[in-house]
Design a protein around this ligand. Structure first.
Ligand SMILES: C[S@@+](CC[C@H](N)C(=O)[O-])C[C@H]1O[C@@H](n2cnc3c(N)ncnc32)[C@H](O)[C@@H]1O
Length: 356
């Protein structure tokens, strides 16, 4: 494992300490705030572990067993990243972009962690069924499991990436189990691609966006048919940094969200702004989403985790429009017609008035 530079280690150790003290003491002093804002301005969190073979994640879990989030102390796990320059060229080239931890995944998991522990907010993952799309190293899937999810489908379209995710879930689970005395000796893996991570089942499988294979994993009706999407059991869809249109078209991702979304499903996506001459990926995503009756909202940056600032990364919340957009469009047209008729009437009356 490649260690960060000692000065960077000292700097980040102090950063972690500050985060921890802020967590314990909500009435933090002005001094602490200044310190934190200084860190914020100079922080290199994006590059901190960018080239570490074993990328660490320290996260404060929500204990599913007791549902007590406040008393739990942080736990640490690692996911392996594969780099071409580490003599793994053949393996890395098969893995595409899924072999490393992207900053968007950190922004997403830190946002979810914040929601999970904020008494004013709802822990959107608690007891929920999650589909992680384009999961890469499995970092967001593992985080979701620790943040209270009941079942996580950790999915990627690239087979070698799914293998890497399985290895990472397996090793992270061992790491978490060995550091948790109460869980020592319990069975970790149920089947080849199913894992029990602190009471949450993670199923790591290949899912090519929109290919309908994930729906088949969901509970069947009495006749053994998969439930249709109106009764889908996917509560939350996660997708970290998968809007990269130079590499992957946007439409299949919309197909997948549409396919897996019931009326109440919410998708949280992290989106890193990248600029293209031809078009704006954000607008294109919204346009395609609207065609599927999906609404896209940007989570205000003040709601994200302040210790992981990134001006170029947003979290989007995607959900079904509650009314059918065709009806809405028709409604709009009717309203506009009414307005223009009454406007014409007004104009006509005004004209008559002038002519008097
Ligand atoms: C930029 S990586 C992000 C990985 C991870 N979510 C992260 O943020 O660290 C994009 C991932 O999307 C996956 N992907 C791209 N197109 C896909 C598709 N059509 N179906 C399923 N997965 C796809 C890639 O294999 C890759 O793992």
């Amino acid at each position: 494992m490649q260690e960060p530079h000692p000065i960077a280690s000292a700097f980040f150790a102090s950063h972690d300490k500050t985060i921890e003290s802020r967590r314990l003491d909500n009435d933090s002093s002005a001094q602490q705030r200044t310190f934190v804002s200084n860190i914020r301005n100079s922080i290199g969190w994006r590059t901190r572990f960018a080239s570490a073979t074993m990328h660490p994640v320290q996260i404060t879990p929500v204990e599913c067993r007791t549902l007590e989030s406040d008393n739990s102390s942080p736990v640490k796990f690692h996911v392996r990243q594969v780099f071409p320059e580490h003599n793994q060229i053949k393996q890395a080239s098969n893995l595409g972009t899924g072999a490393t931890v992207w900053p968007g995944s950190i922004i997403l998991l830190r946002y979810l962690e914040k929601l999970a522990h904020d008494p004013q907010q709802q822990n959107v993952l608690l007891g929920k069924v999650i589909a992680d799309l384009g999961s890469g190293t499995a970092i967001t899937s593992l985080a979701s499991a620790l943040l209270g999810a009941r079942l996580v489908f950790c999915t990627d379209g690239c087979d070698p990436v799914v293998d890497l995710a399985r290895q990472n879930i397996h090793s992270a689970n061992l790491e978490l189990t060995n550091t948790d005395e109460s869980l020592k000796g319990t069975t970790i893996e149920k089947e080849d691609c199913q894992f029990d991570v602190r009471g949450c089942k993670i199923i790591a499988k290949r899912y090519l966006w929109g290919d309908s294979t994930l729906l088949q994993e969901l509970p069947n009706d009495n006749e053994g048919n998969p439930m249709n999407t109106d009764t889908t059991q996917i509560d939350i869809i996660l997708s970290a940094d998968c809007i990269v249109p130079k590499l992957y078209p946007i439409k299949p991702l919309i197909d997948a969200i549409d396919e897996l979304s019931g009326n109440e499903t919410i998708t949280y996506l992290s989106y890193e702004q990248r600029y293209y001459n031809e078009y704006n990926p954000s607008e294109e995503f919204r346009r395609l989403a609207r065609l599927r009756n999906l609404k896209v909202e940007v989570v205000p940056s003040c709601e994200l985790n302040e210790f992981y600032p990134a001006n170029d990364i947003e979290i989007w919340k995607v959900s079904r429009y509650k009314i059918n957009l065709e009806e809405e469009d028709q409604f709009d047209t009717e309203q506009k017609t009414k307005v223009s008729v009454s406007q014409e009437k007004n104009n006509h009356e005004a004209l008559l008035w002038h002519m008097r």
